[in-house]
Design a protein around this ligand. Structure first.
Ligand code: ATP
Ligand code: MG
Length: 138
């Protein structure tokens, strides 16, 4: 079991000035920050990041949203990181997310849902490498 996951505070949450509150939720849940940056994704970079979804009907909308403003990728470490972080953020659709989860608290819709989380240990490694080189990680 890996202990790494990639979080992204998405452009909607950055626009709403929620970066501090979301990071507090994450660290209070016991995650350690191993890397953090703010970046305005290019279309090519967002397309590559969400390559797995390229056949889905919402792919273009997703790429447009993720390039609509800066986002904050964060490399996180914790035992059972992938599952624990997904539990912390809640369901993709905030209407379905459990009380107290980050998406329930801060997300507006299924598309503009405040945060990203890796869905497997394998993808966590790939996704962290999308944003951070070895020297950027502590
Ligand atoms: P993420 O990968 O961002 O952590 P997730 O794993 O909960 O979210 P995915 O199924 O991987 O959900 O979808 C990736 C992202 O695509 C979602 O977070 C959301 O921003 C967007 N998305 C998913 N489903 C829809 C939809 N039906 N309509 C619009 N956007 C969607
Ligand atoms: Mg996903």
């Amino acid at each position: 079991m890996s202990n790494k996951t990639l979080a992204i505070i998405k452009p909607d949450a950055v626009r709403k000035n929620l970066v501090g509150q979301i990071i507090t939720k994450i660290t209070e849940a016991g995650f350690t920050i191993k890397g953090l940056r703010m970046i305005h994704l290019s279309t090519d970079s967002a397309k590559a990041f969400y390559e797995v979804h390229k056949e889905r009907p919402f792919y273009n909308e997703l790429v447009e949203f993720m390039t609509s403003g800066p986002c904050v990728p964060i490399a996180l470490e914790k035992e059972n990181a992938v599952a624990d972080y997904r539990k912390l953020i809640g369901a993709t659709d905030p209407a379905q997310a459990e009380e107290g989860t980050i998406r329930k608290l801060y997300a507006d819709s299924k598309a503009e849902n405040a945060v990203h989380g890796s869905d497997s240990d394998e993808n966590a490694i790939i996704e962290i490498a999308h944003f951070f080189s070895r020297n950027d990680l502590v």
